[in-house]
Design a binder for this molecule. Sequence first.
Ligand SMILES: [Zn+2]
Length: 272
Amino acid sequence: MSSAESVPASLGERIHSSAAEMIRPVISGGVPLLEVRLPEPFRAVFTTRWDAAHLSEARPLDLRGDAGAGARETLARGLGRLEGRVEAALVLVSPQQVHGVRVAGTAEYRRDGANTPCDGLVVNPDLDSGLAALLVFADCVPVMLAGEVDATLVHGGWRGLLDGIVQQGAASMTGPPGLAVIGPSIGPCCYQVDSQLTESFRRRFGPEVVPREGYLDLWEAATRAAGEVGVARQNVVNPRLCTVCNRDLFFSYRRDGAGAGRHGALLWATGA
Ligand SMILES: [Zn+2]
């Protein structure tokens, strides 16, 4: 790890060219982030595994559970600066994720949902002002859907994708989504699974989700799920950042095992 190496530089180089206009590396409050250029008033970022822009100074930004409280504070401050509101950090709303298909409103979840599992949050500018939906990941696929009125962020692991979390996310929105964004997650290069699972996905989404025998393409499955809720393929943004391949940037359950940390996907709406 060279001291001159900076996280955003290496991040920018790895974003697939098809997504380069929509996703760009930024440093906010010293925290390296991938900013997603959603239509106004929605904002979104993906975190990396680092809390500082230079790898030599960085500690892991592990957003897991109770231990991640300090990391979430660092992140909330960083987002506050991204918003140009240095004094007012966004309040992060981070549900307990269980690979289910329940989706809730962000303020609604904060009010009523404590300790209720939830794998998707909807952000509505009127209802969820000052709040940012935060879901955490270590290989599973973050999927964002943005519409004219509201936007949603869901946790797309294999179980959630098969069970319809993307469809549930869209159904929880006020209008149809026009754009989908797929975040850093395990790619078809690395996602080796058993034949029962490839068969289930082949049946559900078609043969293209099994690029070679024994491997599953969750990105393609998420793209097809987005298609089912009306998002055309050309409106699905995918930086094609594999969490296993990009060891220096992301956490990976598959690679690091049960001790793996969690990076995050955050979605919020800018205030008036
Ligand atoms: Zn890979």
